[in-house]
Design a binder for this molecule. Structure first.
Ligand code: GDP
Ligand code: MG
Length: 338
């Protein structure tokens, strides 16, 4: 595949002109989130490298998530907000995706028509058809309804009858075993040394309840190095429907921090979240410093279900996720307000 990179660069330049100060950055990425070309808005020019690398860390997991949520792999257009930015993902043929990054407060309506046009042109550049990189001024309003329709389609993503997909997050101090629990649950594996990956890793797992004819699909977001990434944390914790609050039964301060920090921070970011409390590492019984009674008392205080697990032996790990899924179904059926 030979892409006319000059034309691509020219097109991005035109795109920038069309959006003016609204634009923080525009990136053309492939389906794996790898950047093929990018450009930073004038206001951020001096910081461009830093911005692009920061953005790419956000783009990749989001793209994976959007793609996964559409079983066909085709998602059309998606928007995603973080604390600082607003992202618009536009499919651009089978190979590329145009990612437009705006300030968090920017309106998107005036941007959409340009984004569609640019994405269409990028698709042509990728498959070698002739196309002009020039983006004309569009009359306001044209195509606005169309955009609205596409957005609605996006927001209705994938809730089919009896099948729900929920964002699941993990709260708790570093090294309590959050990543290990997810790997145990998703892959049924335990490794003693996970590289602390940068950014977010996103995994998917279905939990089926035959009796209820229901399936809960968890989209599990595992954020590495919470402490270092405060800025990302807020958007990580937001819009979550489910969460595990994890502490380590051999580490008292990890237990105390559940009540002191994690519970409140998560509830603030996602007020309707369904949580359960998990005391992990029960295989290390001789090092235990937090008793089961203390765990249960805290759970009662916070009105949560309590489970004790070992990601190492696998004890109760599936049950922890299953209990969470059941509570979600229950809540879903009772309130119907998801
Ligand atoms: P995270 O920072 O909360 O994601 O924690 P990790 O999953 O990276 O685990 C931190 C360390 O604790 C790693 O060395 C794991 O191997 C270890 N670990 C995690 N869960 C257990 C467990 O249930 N039992 C034991 N013995 N070690 C565990
Ligand atoms: Mg981890």
């Amino acid at each position: 595949m030979s892409v006319d990179t000059k034309k691509l660069a020219a097109l991005l330049e035109w795109y920038k002109q069309s959006l003016g100060d609204n634009l923080v950055a525009a990136l053309v990425v492939n389906r794996d989130g790898l950047i093929m070309d990018s450009l930073v808005g004038d206001l951020e020019k001096s910081l461009s490298e830093e911005i692009i690398s920061g953005l790419s860390a956000l783009v990749e997991p989001v793209l994976t998530r959007i793609t996964e949520e559409f079983s066909s792999g085709s998602f059309g257009t998606g928007t995603f907000d973080t604390e600082d930015y607003r992202f618009i993902f536009c499919e651009s043929g089978p190979e590329a995706v145009l990612v437009t990054v705006l300030e968090a407060i920017a309106g998107v309506d005036s941007v959409f028509p340009y984004a569609y046009l640019a994405a269409e042109k990028i698709a042509r550049i990728f498959d070698g058809r002739t196309v002009s990189p020039v983006i004309p001024k569009l009359v306001a309003d044209s195509g606005a309804n169309n955009v609205q329709r596409k957005l609605e389609k996006l927001q209705k993503v994938n809730i089919k009858s009896g099948e729900y997909a929920f964002k699941l997050i993990l709260g708790g101090d570093g090294a309590v075993g959050k990543t290990s629990m997810v790997h145990r649950y998703v892959e049924n594996k335990f490794e003693t040394d996970y590289k602390s990956t940068i950014g977010t890793s996103i995994m998917k797992k279905e939990c089926t309840f035959k009796e209820l004819k229901s399936k809960v699909r968890f989209v599990i977001w595992d954020l590495a190095g919470q402490a270092q990434f405060k800025r990302v944390r807020q958007s990580y914790l937001a819009n979550a429907e489910a969460g595990l609050l994890v502490y380590d039964v051999t580490n008292r301060s990890s237990f105390e921090n559940i009540d002191k920090n994690w519970y409140r921070e998560i509830k603030k970011a996602s007020p309707n979240i369904v949580l359960i409390l998990v005391g992990n590492k029960i295989d290390l019984e001789s090092n235990r410093v937090v008793s089961r009674d203390e765990g249960e008392t805290l759970a009662q205080k916070l009105t949560l279900t309590y489970v004790e697990t070992s990601a190492k032996t696998g004890e109760n790990v599936n049950d922890a996720f299953k209990m969470l899924a059941l509570q979600i179904i229950k809540k879903f059926i009772e309130t119907q307000d998801f």
